[in-house]
Design a protein around this ligand. Structure first.
Ligand code: AKG
Ligand code: FE2
Length: 291
């Protein structure tokens, strides 16, 4: 029997990845360990790691074009929200950041509208991608969400719109920029402005009032850049998109527990619909933070 060549062992989903710098196909190799250590250091120091050029240059036109093909399937609903994505609450004091109204101008394409053969969908389900990410974020194992809509999304921010300041429900967000805007559309964040059990509402108020600009970090991501980000603790936004092209990112959501599904309320907010899977209710976050 002919021994398999190195090339034959590379899963098709990993072909677009710059495997020289990010050897996802060789877990545990010294190069794989180096890539993981770099990402871990970024997350520890700054709450963020950017793997620039994760998708190779020769695949980026296809990555961008696939996002453009599905972007019209996004659910648009300009909503007034707050940083915590919580419902209005009369009990909250007048000066609480939950009272500051923000316009959510982005829109999501849900997983069930992203064909399975697209690069981002094949990456999402690829075990070697998941294993690499699990090592980077320090999780024993990561699972796809059992949610047919939320596990994988395309985030579309059209010209003149922004994705306003917020915290994520997931502890760590993983996103791949598939189309940059001509202007604006900068990712801005405040690393670890809150922590489990400590909301730091005073700090959040400063940011919302535009008074804490010195500590804001800014990223102008490019097509093919993969970002790992501690979105549950770091306040973040995408600034207003300028020019004539929408900004697109694929958002990969995984969980350390199998079987995770979003709540019906949140699912309807994000996608304008629910499925039978969304019938159950989610228990409150265990870290004591607002959502
Ligand atoms: O599209 C991005 O770069 C950020 C998206 C984001 O923060 C989110 O979906 O929660
Ligand atoms: Fe976010």
């Amino acid at each position: 029997m002919v021994p398999p060549t190195a090339a034959a062992t590379i899963p098709a989903a990993l072909e677009p990845v710059d495997l020289r710098r990010f050897p996802l196909h060789r877990p545990g190799s010294p190069e794989w360990d180096d890539a993981v250590a770099t990402a871990r250091a970024g997350l520890a120091d700054d709450g963020c790691a950017v793997l620039t050029g994760f998708v190779r240059a020769s695949w980026r036109d296809r990555l961008r074009a696939e996002g453009e093909r599905i972007a019209p399937r996004a659910h648009y609903e300009t909503r007034t929200v707050n940083v915590y994505n919580t419902e209005p609450d009369d009990e909250v004091p007048d000066d609480h950041p939950a009272r500051v109204p923000l316009q959510r101008g982005n829109a999501f394409v849900a997983r069930d509208r992203i064909p399975g053969d697209l690069l981002v969908h094949r990456l999402y389900t690829e075990p070697a991608f998941r294993a690499f990410l699990a090592a980077c974020v320090g999780a024993g194992e990561l699972h796809e969400l059992a949610d047919p809509l939320a596990g994988l999304c395309l985030n579309v921010v059209p010209p003149g719109r922004e994705h306003p300041w917020h915290f994520d429900t997931n502890e760590i967000a993983i996103s791949l920029l598939t189309r940059a805007s001509d202007a604006g559309g900068t990712f801005e964040y405040h690393p670890d402005i809150r922590s489990a059990g400590a909301e730091n509402t005073a700090g959040v108020t400063e940011v919302l009032a535009g008074r804490d600009r010195d500590r804001v970090r800014r990223l102008d991501l490019r097509c093919g850049d993969l970002q790992l980000f501690r979105g549950r603790f770091s306040l973040h936004r995408v600034t207003e998109v300028g020019g004539s092209r929408a900004r697109h990112t694929a958002i990969f959501s995984y969980s350390t527990r199998p079987g995770v599904v979003g709540t019906a309320v949140r699912t309807r907010q994000l996608f304008g619909r629910t499925l039978p899977e969304h019938g159950g209710s989610r228990s409150a976050p265990s870290d004591g933070l607002l959502d």
